[in-house]
Design a protein around this ligand. Structure first.
Ligand SMILES: [Zn+2]
Ligand SMILES: [Zn+2]
Length: 387
């Protein structure tokens, strides 16, 4: 017989999570009525939002939890300091919970499982403690002296970087005690509440709203709207499917400031080894998932035929995208070494290589078309069954 977990309210966490939004609203109103608001307060809010928000998404999440790239110590220290300012616990504890979330998604052992409802996944799990949560699967992080230091002094670092520091900027730029309060209220309190609920929405909203484009194995979903509020973390179905990728929005036009931040630092070698899953793997997952969305109500005979066609498409796409990558690399290398060739020889070689690339591309287009036809046919079948 399974024992029902005993639960009790975590008074400190609950009063913090419920108290900070109230204090932020009262503080912001009181400050605006008494001192007005200028671009400086908005600027402090904005900079603190970016520093602490990105420390969670790029630092706690994509670097520490998932090891999707590596980063040199000044950036890790920045994440440790401003991640503490987000008041979401130390990186070691955050990552232990998060790695468990990925390992046990949607089960009782997932600390913020959506199966227990939106509120539980959003913030209930922080306010209610049921059993002593083990710190596990984080041995690699416990070997990083910066993270050990952060874990040991998390509240002091958080209070300084998240509350006093924005206050000091206010004191410096606005002046006087009111300036200090202005920085503290806007860059500390108001910003803290926004970053809190941005992160919380990934655990709740991103398992609730949006499309399942890459996998139907768990409740994670892709929501471009959520990405606007969360530095790109809304592409959560992609993330659950390819968690070692440093991107969550993998297309160039997907709104994912966290991936741009990580990429920009790679140009000056502060971040390295940015992990990207191959395009063919992404397209294969997309094809299989669109297929799964349409497959359910079909009868076994038709299913087998369609399945065969799906397998054909995924196999061809995998091979063709691999070939395209190879041909592009060959072309790049040849371009680099073109000086050793006669002008005319290089001209001919260039035309040949470009032709081959174009050929592969048109084959890819054909397979994509075949796949679209397959999905259309399945849709028709489904409509016929339901009519
Ligand atoms: Zn994750
Ligand atoms: Zn998730």
């Amino acid at each position: 017989m399974s024992e029902k977990p005993e639960w009790k309210l975590d008074i400190l966490n609950a009063s913090f999570l419920c108290g900070t939004p109230i204090l932020a609203v009262i503080g912001a109103y009181w400050y605006t009525v008494n001192f007005g608001i200028s671009l400086i307060e908005i600027g402090i809010l904005f900079l603190m939002y970016i520093a602490s928000g990105l420390s969670i998404t790029a630092g706690y999440h994509r670097l520490f939890s998932h090891r999707s790239h590596s980063a040199s110590w000044p950036l890790r220290l920045f994440y440790a300091v401003f991640g503490a300012a987000a008041f979401q616990n130390s990186a070691i504890k955050w990552c232990s919970d998060h790695r468990r979330h990925h390992l046990k998604t949607d089960t009782e052992e997932d600390p913020y499982t959506i199966m227990r409802g939106f509120f539980w996944a959003h913030m209930g799990w922080v306010m209610i403690s049921e059993k002593e949560q083990q710190i596990e699967h984080v041995k690699d992080l416990q070997a990083d002296p910066i993270l050990v230091w952060q874990d040991k002094h998390i509240f002091k670092i958080g209070a300084f970087a998240g509350i006093i520091f924005p206050g000091l900027i206010g004191l410096l730029l606005i002046g006087g005690f009111s300036g200090f309060l202005g920085g503290l209220i806007w860059g500390g309190l108001v910003r803290l509440v926004i970053v809190h609920h941005g992160t919380f929405l990934i655990n709740s909203g991103a398992h609730y709203w949006g499309k399942q484009n890459y996998s139907t194995k768990n409740t994670s979903r892709d929501s471009p709207i959520l990405s606007l509020l969360t530095f790109g973390e809304g592409y959560h179905n992609f993330h659950h499917t390819f968690q070692s990728d440093y991107r969550n929005g993998h297309r160039w036009y997907h709104w994912d400031p966290t991936k741009w931040w990580i990429k920009i630092f790679s140009f000056i070698k502060i971040t390295k080894n940015l992990n990207k899953v191959p395009n063919w793997s992404i397209e294969n997952a997309k094809m299989k998932t669109s297929y799964e969305h349409k497959e359910n109500s079909l009868n076994q005979n038709v299913k087998e035929q369609y399945n065969e066609r799906l397998k054909n498409c995924t196999r061809q796409i995998r091979n063709l995208l691999k070939e395209l990558k190879k041909k592009r690399i060959e072309y790049k290398d040849a371009k680099k070494n073109r000086k050793i060739l006669l002008k005319e020889t290089w001209r001919q070689k260039r035309i040949d290589m470009k032709m081959k690339i174009r050929e592969v591309k048109s084959n890819i287009a054909i397979v994509r078309l075949e796949f679209r036809i397959l999905i259309k046919e399945m849709k028709k079948q489904n409509n016929a069954i339901s009519a």
